[in-house]
Design a protein around this ligand. Structure first.
Ligand SMILES: Cc1ncc(COP(=O)(O)O)c(C=O)c1O
Length: 380
């Protein structure tokens, strides 16, 4: 670990953190800014809620929109991608007569949210080693005349692939597309959300953009904005999108108020050049681990995310969710925070690279894996 940088994040020095994408990590300066935002409310709650919050929340929402490169009237703040997905499903009034297409690499709670509304989930399947055209063909092939929405992950969680969302949107049109971009803000350069041709796009700021947790931005295409509603109706009722999402009753707004501080920290930590450095580090790190494990790259033509990549575990290792969980616990006990994933019957290990990582993290992980797997009980 680059200890000086890890200290900026208040990370436990006893652990090697190789899973930044899971829940992010909040720099100390951002945690302090959030503490100050909370303290300011406590000094005069009446003044804060009545007079100060509307402007502060508007500024935060606009900073988030600017960060992902969309117009300020096009994106609302939500607490997380899960909320963004729920907002879209509710606003489209998805119900029991409807079908929603997801992919086999999709984040499972999106499918749960569809099921919770009584709608049918239809899962499009493609392989880790496939090509982008297979992704497009799988998702387009799953669309029927009952399909009300296609949900596609921009960067997939179990496999860390960058999916061809614009091509998917073109292929499934006129069915609306919701992009689950949980891992994208601050992690995928060259983003042009409005050029993707999709209908909804929601990205977490609390994963790779260093804001406090409970901060995400939901972009909505112009032709849907009139019908998009927050889940909770409160003082912002009647305001146009996106201000309609700002005040949802008496809640702790400090995470949103500190969004500009988180984004400033992302820039201060190096911005896109830092992401490039992390991406190059991860490619080398993944190579160490693959070499130590003796496994080939599992990838075909679908690009992998800059700061997240899976490597294949040897046959027989972490092939079931239970075996992946067991290996996770053993890695954790050895001081490594890195998730084994059981995906389509094979074992993968998802590596991440953040500013606080260095080559030594992956070299030590590679050595630890050799020892753990030789000991054998990670295999199932
Ligand atoms: C692809 C993807 N979608 C959605 C989520 C859910 O994010 P949240 O828990 O912040 O709503 C995650 C979380 O890791 C994710 O990886």
């Amino acid at each position: 670990m680059r200890r000086d940088i890890a200290d900026l994040f208040e990370l436990d020095p006893a652990l090697t953190h190789l899973n930044h994408g899971a829940f992010g990590a909040v720099p100390r300066s951002v945690r302090e800014a959030q503490d100050q935002a909370r303290a300011a409310v406590e000094r005069a709650p009446m003044r804060a809620f009545r007079d100060e919050l509307p402007a502060g929340l508007g500024d935060a929402r606009e900073a988030a929109a600017a960060f992902v490169g969309v117009p300020t009237d096009a994106a609302a703040l939500v607490r997380n991608v899960s909320e963004g997905v729920a907002v879209v499903l509710a606003s489209l009034d998805i119900g029991p007569a409807d079908e929603v297409v997801v992919s086999s690499h999709g984040y499972p709670t999106a499918a749960s949210a569809v099921q919770a509304r009584g709608a049918t989930v239809s899962t499009a399947t493609f392989g880790l080693g496939d090509d982008p055209r297979d992704v497009v063909a799988a998702l387009a092939g799953a669309v029927t005349d009952r399909t009300r929405l296609v949900i596609v992950d921009h960067i997939t969680s179990p496999t860390a692939l960058v999916l061809p969302v614009a091509e998917v949107a073109a292929a499934v049109a006129p069915v609306p597309v919701l992009v689950d971009a949980a891992h994208v803000p601050g992690a995928l350069p060259g983003l042009d959300v409005e050029a993707l041709g999709v209908d909804f796009w929601v990205g977490n700021l609390h994963k790779w953009a260093y804001t406090p947790r409970s901060a995400a931005t939901l972009w909505v295409a112009a032709h849907h904005r009139d019908r998009i509603r927050p889940l909770v109706t409160s003082w912002s009722h009647g305001l146009p999108f996106p201000a309609s999402f700002d005040l949802q009753g008496t809640v702790d707004h400090s995470a949103w108020l500190a969004v500009p501080d988180g984004l400033a920290a992302w820039h201060a930590l190096g911005g896109w050049p830092q992401v490039e450095r992390n991406a190059a580090l991860l490619r080398r790190g993944a190579e160490y681990v693959r070499t130590a494990l003796g496994t080939p790259s599992p990838h075909g033509g679908i690009p992998t995310a800059p700061c997240l990549e899976v490597v294949a575990l040897p046959p027989g290792v972490a092939e079931t969710p239970e075996a992946a969980e067991e290996l996770w616990q053993r890695l954790y006990a050895a001081g490594f925070v890195v998730p084994p994933v059981s995906f389509a019957g094979r074992g993968l290990l998802r590596l991440a690279a953040a500013p606080y990582n260095d080559e030594d993290d992956y070299e030590r992980l590679a050595a630890a894996l050799q020892t753990l797997l030789r000991a054998g009980s990670g295999a199932r």
